[in-house]
Design a protein around this ligand. Structure first.
Ligand code: PGA
Length: 248
């Protein structure tokens, strides 16, 4: 997966982008399986990656793509939601991927939504990622405010997994799913910017006009914590998969 043979920005139809992304995931899984090793996949939630998961499920069902050697780490989880809460990211992953493929559930990890000691919970998550040798491929979305994971504006380059307050715009964007902004959690546990930047490869997917402005800023703007996605400019193996609306 080397930096020079891959375009940094790929613009295409949404279905084609998702299929290219599924190709990369599949190639990683198969390469590692051939070596009898695990493939460590970083996962994102939200509406953007749903077609990717649909395509991976299809490949599992129709083409025999196995997830037996896959280890997954999700970016984030809302605070206060039990894993079976319908809006939790635990439930999202179960619904869109884990419940539909042969991944070993004991090797699927998400930050906890509930914890007694936030620092211990965060350190445990970081330690798990290290235990599996780090993330091979991290899938990312981007928030309208430039967040990656739930690293909201103000999140520095050195941040690691931790409890964070959600930005107002993030809560607004989630409001309809929760039946009103008053039901959207105010905090979350997220991988940090530094955690994300340690992934060996990163692919950020953004689709739709609503992301156009922030994508432009993230790719071309000055690298700084006001738009945490700008830190991806310093990662040597990041690709941006954009549909025409998001690319502008
Ligand atoms: P979305 O969320 O895919 O639902 O737009 C992206 C994000 O907030 O990272």
């Amino acid at each position: 997966m080397d930096n020079f043979t891959k375009p940094k920005v790929l613009v295409g139809k949404k279905a084609d982008l998702m299929s290219r992304l599924a190709d990369e995931v599949e190639m990683g899984i198969r390469m590692r399986a051939a070596e009898n090793r695990g493939f460590v996949l970083g996962l994102a939630t939200g509406s953007t990656p749903i077609p990717l998961y649909q395509e991976l499920v299809r490949r599992h069902r129709e083409e025999g793509l196995s997830f037996q050697n896959v280890i997954t780490f999700n970016l984030d989880e809302y605070e206060g939601l039990a894993p079976d809460h319908p809006k939790s990211y635990h439930a999202y992953m179960e619904k869109h991927l884990f419940g539909q493929v042969d991944v070993r559930l004991e090797r699927t990890f998400l930050p906890p939504g509930n914890y007694e000691d936030e620092n211990r919970a965060a350190q445990y998550y970081e330690a798990k990622i290290r235990e599996f040798g780090g993330i091979d491929l991290q899938i990312l979305g981007i928030g309208r405010d430039g967040h990656i994971g739930f690293n909201e504006p103000g999140s520095g380059r050195e941040t690691r997994t931790r409890r964070v307050a959600l930005a107002e715009v993030t809560r607004e964007d989630a409001a309809s799913g929760f039946g009103g902004i008053e039901n959207v959690p105010t905090h979350a546990m997220t991988m940090g910017v530094a955690t994300i930047l340690e992934a060996r490869r990163i692919i950020l997917i953004a689709t739709g006009e609503g992301k156009r402005e922030v994508v432009q800023e993230a790719i071309n703007g000055m690298v700084n914590s006001a738009v945490p996605a700008t830190f991806l400019q310093d990662h040597s193996n990041t690709a941006w998969y954009l549909d025409a609306a998001a690319a502008g």
